[in-house]
Design a protein around this ligand. Structure first.
Ligand SMILES: [Zn+2]
Length: 421
């Protein structure tokens, strides 16, 4: 068996080398190489550059060869916001939404997250794992190589731990990398609602019973909160995130999606890894993000699926200098998609991001959101050989085609994990 792999035939090789994180005008810099080549060994990139240069490398002569036939090669997508583990779709609510019910009305009637929590609690770990495994294969088929996954449909000690344990098992059993986030504070569970002080009693349970288990079992890296109307207030979110931080979990926040709560300022104050959604940020929030290292992760799939007209102000965020990333927010209630290319299409048409900006936001900046930018998110010597090959001649065709899959091959740590039939 040959120990190295030489990949040639890339009409365009998007390396994404350069400034990290990407802010402002640097977001559109792709480090594009025409007729590029990559040399891979033991799951890592040994050399990258124009074919003539890479072929001179000593290891290139002995390497196994893979010609991608004039297609476009880029880093595998880093999907930095998903709710991977859930038991079922919520297609029945989709129909209600089309008829005019709002997301919050449905949630108040026991739908929404509580509906998913009911289904998850009743599901076996095996059934949940089968569903998540199938989803991960589909993520890979769209060029994604790393997936952040949040708990949050359990909302009790046993069910939250069941989800987090599945993150760990799936990470070990299949090729995609799973980054685990504890989102016990997704919403206040049904059994804590009704009586006054319910949110506080649930927060106490999170802090005293759940977080110690999460830490002892090393079940998560991040702690997230859904800080919004109908979920947790800014003050409650702060309590939870500080508790998580004390236990060694870096914060991330669902912020300013349905209402403006001040969650963005909180995220910046706490040095959160990312602050996600941001449909309703104001000028002060944008300035705060621009001065911080907190990544502004935009999730246009949500607004698209809910049929909302107000998308996050991507142009303002980019121009102010915030670190903008894109993710699917794969979840059964508001964004049932695993397709990062579809998210890029929405970023271009709805957020007015240039195709190059959308690519950088879904790779190198998304890697920053998961604090993995030294290992993934760009194709550079020494980094992990995580890449996607698209059946296009020009990278702009990746968002240009929508609702169809142009991914031809996906590679994780140097191994082919998806190949188009
Ligand atoms: Zn989410």
């Amino acid at each position: 068996m040959s120990e190295s792999l030489l990949i040639t035939g890339a009409a365009q090789l998007l390396t994404l080398r350069g400034e990290v994180p990407r802010r402002g005008s640097s977001l559109s810099k792709l480090g594009l190489i025409k007729e590029g080549a990559l040399l891979v060994r033991e799951g890592k990139i040994l050399a990258v550059g124009p074919r003539t240069q890479v072929e001179k490398h000593a290891a290139a002569r002995r390497a196994e060869k893979l010609d991608v036939g004039g297609r476009v090669v880029l880093p595998g997508f880093v999907d930095s916001h998903t709710h991977l583990i859930h038991a079922a779709s919520r297609a029945e609510e989709y129909e209600l939404k089309i008829q005019g019910a709002s997301y919050e009305e449905i949630a108040r009637k026991g739908g929404g997250i509580l509906n998913s929590a009911k289904k998850l609690r009743a599901a076996t770990a095996d059934a949940l794992k089968r569903r998540a495994r199938a989803a991960l294969q589909e993520f890979a088929s769209y060029g994604t190589t790393t997936v952040e996954a949040k708990s949050g449909y359990g909302l009790d000690v046993a069910s939250e731990l069941k989800i987090l344990a599945l993150h760990r098992e799936l990470n070990a059993e299949q090729p995609l990398e799973i980054v685990s986030t504890f989102l016990g504070a997704h919403t206040v569970p049904a059994e804590f609602r009704g009586a006054p002080g319910g949110a506080q009693r649930y927060i106490k349970l999170l802090a005293e019973q759940l977080l110690p288990e999460v830490i002892n079992g090393r079940l998560a890296e991040f702690c997230d909160v859904f800080c919004d109307r109908g979920a947790f207030t800014r003050k409650e979110s702060e309590q939870i995130l500080i508790e998580g931080k004390l236990h060694g979990l870096a914060p991330r926040v669902h912020a300013e999606q349905l209402s403006h709560t001040g969650a963005t300022q909180l995220a910046v104050e706490l040095g959160a890894a990312s602050c996600d959604h941001l449909e309703r940020v104001n000028a002060a929030d944008i300035r705060a993000l621009a001065k911080s290292r907190t990544v502004a992760t935009l999730l246009p799939g949500c607004d698209f699926h809910l049929g909302l007209k107000q998308y996050a102000p991507a142009r303002k965020l980019i121009e102010a200098g915030a670190i903008v990333a894109l993710a699917t927010d794969y979840n059964p209630g508001t964004s049932p998609t695993m397709s990062m290319p579809m998210i890029l299409s929405l970023a271009c048409t709805q957020l007015r991001m240039a195709p190059a900006e959308a690519v950088a936001a879904a790779t190198i900046n998304a890697a920053c959101a998961l604090r993995r930018e030294k290992r993934i998110g760009s194709l550079e010597a020494g980094k992990q050989a995580d890449l996607a090959v698209f059946e296009v001649e020009d990278y702009r065709e990746i968002p240009y085609y929508f609702g169809m899959n142009r991914c031809w091959m996906t590679m994780k740590r140097g191994e082919i994990i998806y190949m188009q039939d």
